[in-house]
Design a protein around this ligand. Structure first.
Ligand code: FPP
Length: 256
């Protein structure tokens, strides 16, 4: 992730200008509210997750249309293992099924798929599916779709800390070389720019262990819409809202 705390980055980190509105380069989404959506309809929670897949398809399509270059979605957190086994197993099967069914289509659309999170705790079948999709789409460049699966920002930071400690212990670096850049290079997101906009649906206003380091200068957009109801109109509202934000990255706005 690129550092935002240097003067020279002020201009570099401005979002791209398209059709008169500022488009965020990187949008990250906390797709929340599937369970409530299902419960409101007297359905099982899994039905909410299944409906959520359609919202994800719409969001990918809209992100491409808007000119967003990176879209990160929070699909499963390390904390989610604590849910009832029926739901955890359901989410794992849904994820596998989606990868099998959607990878070809995403590939045709020129979408590059990347997964962030702890893979070693996942079943072989899921890991292999992830690797297959990444390999299939690795040269694509219309949209970078990053799926946070079995992700925890604290685990990510702990893992980066361990890697840096090993470099230090082996004498490959000295303490003075530990800086923002070195930490970023050791995160799961080492080659991905920081999110410009983080959207969370369902009315909850928290980060829930998502991209804690990378969110340092992100704009936040909270909507009460539940994820399965998040449609093209909701996406446009989020883009328009972002477009009006004045981002200063801790600096003062340049005089015109
Ligand atoms: C949060 O809603 C949502 C999740 C934990 C799962 C998100 C998964 C999808 C949208 C399915 C599609 C994704 C992939 C990659 C297959 P919640 O269950 O916490 O809702 P609640 O707060 O209303 O209970």
């Amino acid at each position: 992730m690129s550092s935002n705390n240097e003067q020279s980055n002020y201009i570099e980190n401005q979002p791209t200008e398209m059709s008169g509105i500022n488009v965020p380069r990187h949008v990250a989404v906390i797709m929340d509210g599937n369970g409530r959506w299902a419960q409101e309809r007297g359905l099982k929670r899994m039905e909410g997750h299944i409906a959520g897949v359609e919202s994800l398809r719409t969001t990918i399509k809209e992100a491409r249309k808007s000119g967003v270059q990176y879209l990160t979605v929070y699909a499963f957190s390390t904390e989610n293992w604590g849910r009832p086994s029926e739901e955890v197993n359901g989410l794992m099967s849904l994820f596998c099924k989606c990868l099998e069914q959607e990878s070809e289509e995403l590939n045709k659309q020129g979408v590059k798929l990347t997964f962030i999170g702890q893979r070693d705790q996942l079943d072989d079948e899921i890991r292999q599916s992830m690797e297959k999709s990444e390999k299939l789409t690795e040269t694509n460049n219309t949209l970078n779709l990053i799926i946070a699966f079995n992700y925890s920002a604290r685990c990510e930071l702990t893992s980066a800390t361990k890697k840096i400690a090993q470099l230090l212990a082996s004498g490959k670096i000295d303490v003075e070389q530990i800086n923002d850049q070195l930490i970023e290079q050791n995160l799961y997101t080492f080659d991905i720019p920081d999110p410009d906009l983080i959207i969370r649906t369902s009315g909850e206003c928290r980060l829930s262990n998502f991209l804690l380091w990378q969110a340092a200068y992100a704009e936040f957009y909270f909507t009460s819409v539940l994820w399965p109801d998040f449609d093209q109109k909701c996406w446009k509202q989020a883009m328009e809202n972002f477009s009006q934000r004045k981002r200063r990255f801790g600096l003062v706005e340049p005089k015109l």
